[in-house]
Design a binder for this molecule. Structure first.
Ligand SMILES: *Cc1c(COP(=O)(O)O)cnc(C)c1O
Length: 417
């Protein structure tokens, strides 16, 4: 009798394990598993149900177009971890330790994006480990903490800095930077892609910037959110001596769009964590990262670092070449594979131009026609020597979408001949 029961229990256990092994769909059939999240049956089309247009992204990792598509490894991590609870302190610490190991730095954490990393990194620098100071943010008593930035680096995301109550002090050149440092200075921020965003030169280069910070004992922070590929950039800035570095998780690393990496000096990361959920953290609470996203960010970075980047680059070039050869037959149409100088968005795309007397349309009109067509395709618009051009991105396409983009583009251009 006893042995019978035991073997029955064993059987149940075995079948439960089997069910778990089979994944969430199998779990759904188990009556007791009703409250566990289950994978969505394929036939349930939420795009359709809500009337959402599916978009083919032949542009770049644009936030309004939902960033990038998560890697299968990211999705797997999300699905595989949704069925159990975890202690969020332990999860953030252990994921962070692994990320730091992968990124060759002291410490790391997952944030709800690079912008949140800017907020939390700055907040941590202001508060250190002081619980009272944490409660006071962003209304820190006394003079406002000051963050130094190059004037030419001011950008839309620096509001993340002032969200902490800090004030931005603009400087030009190394001397002005040295002179701006005073007892209220808490940090200096470097916007890595300022050169490519604004077409200006840095007035203080990376090395000089880090040097001044080190001499004056001011933490330096670099925003490199969109600056992979190349993969080497993930290691470059901490090696240069920046104390904090951020990258977006949801751009070319292809983690969840609502994730980011903040990494660098251990004491600063620990202080940043204290300003975020699940700590009693008034400032970071609205920037909570859920359990699955933490696992997802970890899986995405791992997969990104393990990828064959040379092969991926070759595949991208082949895609661009493929689209180019499709449209070349149309009179006056030219396609040129373009790789920006960087440091942001260094990926190949196809720049398409034509003589508007022969193909009677503008890049803007083609962009519009592709966008409002079926399927909806988003390209980007560019400019070279004052001439507008159509920029066809290839890196965010699913493989089978390359031909769709080529066909649609050909049809739209042909129609204007
Ligand atoms: C995208 C971007 C951000 C914001 O990143 P999120 O991960 O979307 O929060 C910040 N800085 C720069 C330079 C960016 O390109």
């Amino acid at each position: 009798m006893k042995t019978e029961r035991r073997s029955a229990i064993k059987k149940i256990l075995a079948s439960t394990t089997a069910l778990v092994g089979l994944g969430p769909m199998a779990m759904a059939k188990n009556k007791e598993a009703e409250t566990t999240p289950v994978a969505i049956p394929k036939k349930h089309d939420y795009f359709e149900e809500l009337g959402i247009t599916r978009v083919i992204n032949a542009g770049a990792t644009m936030t309004f177009l939902s960033g990038s598509l998560m890697m299968p490894e990211t999705m797997e991590a999300i699905n595989a971890t949704a069925h159990d609870f975890a202690d969020m302190y332990e999860l953030q610490d252990k994921v962070g330790a692994k990320l730091a190991e992968m990124l060759h730095c002291e410490a790391a954490m997952v944030t709800s994006g690079a912008a949140a990393a800017l907020v939390l990194g700055t907040a941590g620098i202001i508060t250190g480990t002081d619980a009272d100071k944490r409660k006071q943010l962003p209304n820190f008593p006394g003079p406002r903490p000051e963050v130094i930035m190059q004037k030419s680096h001011r950008y839309v995301f620096d509001q993340a800095i002032t969200t902490t109550g800090a004030k931005i002090i603009e400087v030009e050149g190394p001397e002005e930077m040295e002179m701006a440092i005073n007892k209220n200075t808490v940090m200096a921020l470097f916007f890595n892609a300022a050169v490519s965003w604004f077409g200006t030169e840095d007035t203080i280069d990376h090395e000089a910037f880090v040097g001044i910070c080190k001499r004056n004992n001011i933490p330096s922070f670099i925003d490199a959110a969109a600056d992979v590929p190349p993969v080497e950039n993930l290691f470059k800035y901490q090696k240069m001596g920046f104390d904090l570095v951020t990258f977006s998780g949801g751009k070319m690393i292809r983690g969840p769009q609502s994730t980011g990496l903040l990494f660098g000096r251990k004491d600063l990361i620990e202080a940043a964590k204290l300003n975020n959920s699940p700590h009693e953290a008034p400032l970071g609470r609205p920037m909570k990262v859920n359990k699955e996203e933490m696992f997802g960010m970890y899986a995405a970075l791992k997969s990104y670092l393990e990828r064959d980047h040379k092969k991926e680059w070759q595949d991208w070039l082949a895609r661009a070449e493929n689209i180019r050869s499709e449209i070349m037959g149309i009179q006056s149409v030219k396609g040129k594979i373009h790789v920006p100088d960087g440091p942001a968005n260094v990926v190949p795309s196809l720049h398409v131009t034509w003589d508007s007397k022969q193909v009677r349309t503008t890049p803007k009109q083609v962009h519009e026609a592709l966008k409002s067509g079926t399927p909806s395709i988003f390209c980007a618009l560019g400019e070279k020597d004052g001439e507008a051009l159509l920029s066809v991105g290839v890196v965010l396409l699913r493989p089978e979408q390359v031909a769709i983009v080529a066909d649609r583009l050909k049809a739209v251009l042909r129609k204007a001949v």
